[in-house]
Design a protein around this ligand. Structure first.
Ligand code: AVJ
Length: 336
């Protein structure tokens, strides 16, 4: 019997952290003075679906603005991205953005990386049915601290004669905004190493939300339907599962604001009344109004982001924006 090796996507789970390490990270964030929970906990299966709903909200401009930039400048981007390259999609989610670019970018392989494993598995399966001849690999991986291709991915690439294909690291949606400038620099340096391990012509294609007045930014993170509030509160249900905790989402208010000085949106959950949260092996009292910091979304000036790419070792960056310069898509070659 002959099985077409690309008929269904390969899947590799790189969960380096065991349950104990995740729990320790959560508890460490909860017991300090400024309580915090990392934004990656927003993305369980329901969280990923709520985020998809956010992208359709009238107030949430980034997704559709970025899509309009891809639609208008896709050909110009394609002239930079080597055809036949391996598209490495960070935080692939529904894989919809990358899939929309397959016809323009003509990749030779597709590697989808996401922490939300079950969601990715489903999305990638559907996508493979639509593109039966494109080799696809799913990586269940948390790249928020370090990013490198695992051995299994390199073996997979070799097995499909893609080891020497150029590599394009695709990081759309302004997810890089979750990283502080220092962390973003670190991630970009690691992305460059990944690109340079492939054939010549690789680089990064990355979507970045640009600085704009608070009156435009804040509604995008505090919409009138309350979807973002639900997305933020859902993190507590996810934490309840990880820790055996008893967070009651209804006791927490969604708070989002732009800090112009730090150039970032901050999201918090604020206790509506004094309360105590208990989990297996611990508890924490919160005063009324006390907050848990759940997300930062940094906003960049285009020139600062180009400079960051250069500092990370990339060659001269190009970027494309919409008519109002709300959002930028940057290309930078790995070779300096
Ligand atoms: C997925 C990180 C790009 O910051 O805009 C949306 C996440 N948080 N609404 C963003 C998010 C609240 C989103 N990123």
């Amino acid at each position: 019997m002959h099985l077409n090796p690309s008929a269904s996507p390969t899947f590799v789970q790189v969960h380096l952290e065991d349950t104990g390490a995740v729990q320790a990270e959560l508890v460490a964030g909860l017991i300090g003075t400024g309580a915090r929970i990392a934004p990656k906990f927003l993305y369980d299966a329901l969280g990923s679906r709520l985020f998809d709903a956010i992208t359709e909200l009238p107030e949430y401009y980034p997704t559709r603005t970025e899509a309009s930039i891809f639609a208008q400048h896709g050909q110009a981007m394609a002239s930079r991205v080597a055809p036949g390259s391996v598209l490495i999609d960070l935080g692939a989610g529904s894989c919809a953005k990358a899939a929309g670019l397959f016809p323009v970018l003509n990749p030779g392989g597709y590697v989808a990386v996401d922490i939300s494993v079950d969601y990715l598995r489903e999305a990638l399966g559907t996508l493979q049915d639509r593109h039966p001849d494109l080799p696809m690999l799913g990586l269940g991986q948390d790249f928020s601290k370090t990013f490198a291709l695992p051995d299994a991915a390199r073996t997979w690439l070799s097995g499909r004669k893609l080891a020497r294909a150029p590599r394009t690291v695709f990081y759309p949606g302004s997810s890089i905004g979750n990283f502080s400038p220092e962390e973003a620099l670190d991630l970009l340096r690691q992305a460059r190493v990944v690109c340079q391990s492939g054939g010549a012509g690789g680089g990064v294609l990355i979507g970045v939300d640009l600085v704009k007045p608070a009156g435009l930014l804040e509604p995008a993170y505090d919409d009138s339907l309350g979807v973002t509030a639900a997305f933020n509160r859902n993190l507590l249900l996810n934490v309840n599962r990880w820790l055996g905790a008893d967070f009651q989402p209804a006791e927490w208010a969604h708070v989002a604001f732009f800090d112009a000085e730090l150039s970032r949106i901050e999201m918090h959950l604020q206790a509506r009344a004094a309360l105590t949260v208990r989990w297996t092996g611990g508890e924490r009292r919160f005063a009324e109004g006390e907050r848990i910091h759940t997300e930062n979304a940094w906003k960049w000036r285009a020139e600062d982001f180009s400079a960051l790419l250069q500092e990370a070792g990339f060659g001269p960056a190009s970027h494309w924006t919409d008519a109002s310069s709300w959002f930028g898509v940057f290309w930078a070659p790995a070779a300096s």
